[in-house]
Design a protein around this ligand. Structure first.
Ligand code: SAH
Length: 353
């Protein structure tokens, strides 16, 4: 019999489960607190729960706990990259970034990704599987437990496409912002998407307060198609309409991500075109110098081109920042660390067999 994923259960569901096994309702509050506030990694640490009931929980439920296989710390800015092993042997990466305004964790939402963006390391081997709500929560819970430092901000910008794992993301959002749990405000959570239009609208209709970040990376469909296969499915016009809809429904200002690739999308003409697209919108543009991966020959734009690009946007009254590269010395780009770990381990396997 498959075990119940107790960490993915909402408070009400946990209460129902506790009642169904003949225990008192108030036990749900205690157990929820052990899992989602005290962040325990073993049922036996629930010291106010009887040994007998703990045995029953172990028999019926699975407690998802990630094992760190490596933790790299940047000597430049203290950013930490965590490589976690999941119960099925897959590995994922999560990043802890320390800012003046608090600690932020960038989580993966899938093992691998099927979106195929040309510059991204996470998608090179395709999608392995979706992450469950508990597995996404655990990325944050384990980092907070290991460091002993409170996490106040979360970005869904690691490996994977959040909108391609929609139901689990929605449940994750409810659990992480639940007042009985870590209670992280949705306003401190950002979801980044390559632009799956119907899901963006669905999220807008759900009365959420999270920030939407849209990976635009180009100002015309032809250039976008060179970089992102998903552009064959949705046009920039459809995507921007969905972003406007999100803003109307939630009142949250949308962020546009734009990774600058030398000679592809970083010219002054491109900056003008982008300005025309976004002019008058209440938005923010995040310029990201592309992080080259060894499997592709995309190059980073030079600093002068990046500054010119930013100036052009600002002259058009569009808010723009150049993203500070965090953890440059520890394989910063999304999915690079996991990829090199998986590749090295499979090489070892080939040698052994
Ligand atoms: N799938 C989601 C979230 C994951 S990627 C999305 O597409 O938004 C988070 C951001 O990093 C996206 O804007 C993505 O396009 C960008 N990105 C991925 N690899 C990169 C690289 N090597 N250099 C610069 N930006 C990259």
């Amino acid at each position: 019999m498959e075990k119940i994923d107790i960490k993915s259960m909402e408070y009400k569901e946990l209460e129902e489960f506790i009642l169904s096994v003949g225990e008192k309702k108030f036990r749900a509050k205690q157990i929820y607190e052990w899992i989602h506030v005290k962040l325990i990694d073993d049922f036996d640490k629930m010291t106010n729960i009887s040994a007998g009931f703990r045995e029953l929980l172990k028999e019926k439920c699975e407690l998802v706990v990630h094992t760190p296989v490596s933790i790299l710390t940047s000597e430049i800015d203290g950013t930490q990259k965590y490589l976690f092993e999941l119960s099925d042997g897959n590995v994922i990466e999560s990043v802890l970034m320390k800012y003046h305004h608090g600690n932020s964790v960038c989580i993966s939402t899938q093992v691998g990704c099927r979106m195929g963006c040309r510059f991204c390391a996470s998608t090179l081997d395709g999608l392995e599987r979706n992450l469950r709500p508990s597995e996404m929560l655990e990325e944050i819970y384990r980092i907070q437990s290991i460091t002993g430092e409170r996490i106040s901000n979360i970005v869904l910008m690691g490996s994977g496409e959040p909108m391609d794992n929609f139901d689990n993301i929605v449940r994750f959002l409810k659990l992480i912002s639940d007042e009985n749990g870590l209670h992280i405000s949705q306003r401190n959570i950002t979801i980044s998407t390559c632009g799956i239009v119907d899901k963006m609208k669905q999220l807008a209709d759900m009365n959420v307060q999270v920030t939407l970040a849209l990976s635009l990376h180009a100002s015309d469909d032809a250039t976008r198609k060179l970089l992102m296969p998903v552009a064959n499915k949705y046009s920039i016009e459809e995507i921007l309409n969905a972003c406007d809809y999100y803003f109307e429904k939630t009142g949250r200002r949308v962020s546009y991500e734009y990774s600058l690739v030398a000679g592809v999308n970083d010219t002054p003409e491109e900056a003008e075109k982008l300005s025309r697209l976004l002019k008058g919108k209440n938005c923010h543009v995040n310029l990201i110098p592309v992080n080259p991966i060894k499997e592709r020959d995309y190059r980073q734009s030079d600093l002068t081109a990046i500054r010119k690009f930013k100036n052009c946007l600002e002259q058009n009254r569009i808010n723009a920042t150049i993203r500070r590269e965090m953890g440059r010395d520890i394989q910063g780009a999304c999915g690079q660390l996991r990829k090199s770990y998986v590749d090295n381990n499979s090489k070892e396997k080939e040698v052994i067999s």
